[in-house]
Design a protein around this ligand. Structure first.
Ligand code: NAD
Ligand code: MG
Length: 383
């Protein structure tokens, strides 16, 4: 039995909070030895006071004194982007759980891999932006990349070490989000409060908006392509409103395996930490008779352009996935700031992709530049 010594990036978020709960539920399997957050000093201090990691990092230095004041013990305190990398490569830790929203975790992830640390990744944006580079570095350094995103964790469980040649299709389930049944016209002008009301999951704001546009599923298609080394034309999406089946694998012999559990991120986080073992949990079990029925339907591709845009980005590869991701991130923030209507998010992403000259095998610098330009393009299109 191995105990994981974990660095938790994004400790104050929705996934971070669930990860702390998982650690408390199995202290013999998981110890949080480092924690990082962006700028919420009080929340980071509260989390650290509970878990007592050896080191904490508040990336934005503005509230460092507030953090020092609120801490009830004396961990090593780091700050800035360099501090985040120092935390992620800390000796004595063997796994980094990345739950930072967006792509700020990319450099820490690459640095941690080079130090031989395993990665449990919730931050799908990193794999969309630079999946090829992350996975190549992981292979070279012989470290495990363990998916935390519930769909990919489900696929990881169903695959259970099977070879890619045995896989016919990966089938990602999607709840369909709050606008599954709305008309295209209603979706165009959907309000922020409606978009933030997810039917089955409670999550951070950015991924909740991504779940309403279905960009979340689009990002997950590209995430799956890299995590499991399967071409994107073998990554399918099916709408499953109950969010009980978290995804499925169809094998070449016609069998389909699925993974089921209640929609609580503690389940995939726990498996990523205890893998390859399974460990008893005190989480409420799933009772199929209480669920009654499980439904499936085709996605409405016309009403949710995100899926086709992501498929295109996944097929063309190169810089397009990074551009899609970056443009989406800025557009989602503009929607949250009441600057654009809901329907504008996917139009901005399409326009950003349309103006990008693609490159076959981009370097990290190429990707960072394209990411930056796509963000600038969307910002300038807002005025
Ligand atoms: P959240 O908004 O609740 O939390 C985000 C966390 O990231 C916070 O701790 C914040 O301090 C930290 N952060 C933000 N910017 C940072 C920066 N520049 N440097 C360091 N830390 C920074 O988000 P969430 O819902 O927990 O999602 C986190 C990631 O996990 C996202 O990539 C999301 O797509 C993915 N994910 C989330 C869920 C879920 O159920 N919430 C499920 C699957 C995947
Ligand atoms: Mg998911």
């Amino acid at each position: 039995m191995r105990k994981r010594r974990v660095i938790l990036l994004g400790a104050t978020g929705s996934i971070g909070t669930s990860a702390i709960k998982v650690a408390e539920s199995m202290p013999d399997r998981m110890e949080i030895v480092g924690m990082a957050a962006h700028r919420s000093a009080q929340k980071l201090a509260d989390a650290a006071n509970r878990s007592r990691p050896e080191a904490v990092c508040l990336v934005d230095p503005a509230s460092l004194s507030e953090l020092r004041f609120a801490l009830k013990y004396c961990p090593r305190i780091l700050t800035g982007d360099d501090g985040l990398i120092e935390l992620s490569t800390m000796s004595g830790a063997d796994l980094v759980l990345v739950a930072i929203v967006g792509t700020a975790g990319l450099r820490p992830v690459l640095a941690a891999i080079e130090r031989g640390k395993d990665l449990a990744i919730a931050s799908k944006e990193i794999l969309v932006m630079a999946g090829e580079i992350v996975m190549a570095s992981a292979r070279k350094n012989n470290v495990a990349i363990l998916p935390v995103d519930s769909e990919h964790n489900a696929i990881f469980q169903c695959l259970d070490g099977k070879r890619v040649e045995e896989v016919q299709n990966l089938i990602l389930t999607a709840s369909g989000g709050p606008f599954r049944e709305l008309s295209t016209e209603q979706i165009e002008h959907a309000s922020k409060s409606d978009a933030l009301r997810h039917p089955t999951w409670k999550m951070g704001q950015k991924i909740t908006i991504d779940s309403a546009t279905l960009f979340n599923k689009g990002l997950e298609m590209i995430e799956a392509r890299w995590l499991f080394n399967v071409p994107i034309n073998r990554v399918q999406v099916v709408i499953h409103p109950q969010s009980i089946i978290h995804s499925l694998v169809e094998f070449v012999d016609g069998s389909i395996l699925a993974q089921l559990s209640r929609s609580d991120m503690c389940f995939p986080i726990q498996y990523a930490i205890t893998w390859p073992d399974r460990v008893a949990t005190s989480l409420r079990p799933l009772r199929l008779a209480d669920i009654g029925k499980l439904e499936f339907e085709e996605p409405r591709y016309d009403a949710f352009p995100a899926l086709d845009l992501a498929r295109k980005a996944g097929e063309f590869g190169g810089l397009l996935p990074a551009v899609l991701n970056a443009a989406n991130e800025v557009a989602v923030q503009a929607f949250l700031d009441d600057r654009i209507p809901f329907g504008e998010i996917s139009r901005l992403v399409r326009n950003a992709m349309g103006r990008q000259t693609n490159l076959a095998s981009p370097t990290l610098d190429d990707i960072l530049r394209a990411d930056n330009e796509a963000r600038e393009f969307v910002r300038s299109a807002l005025f």
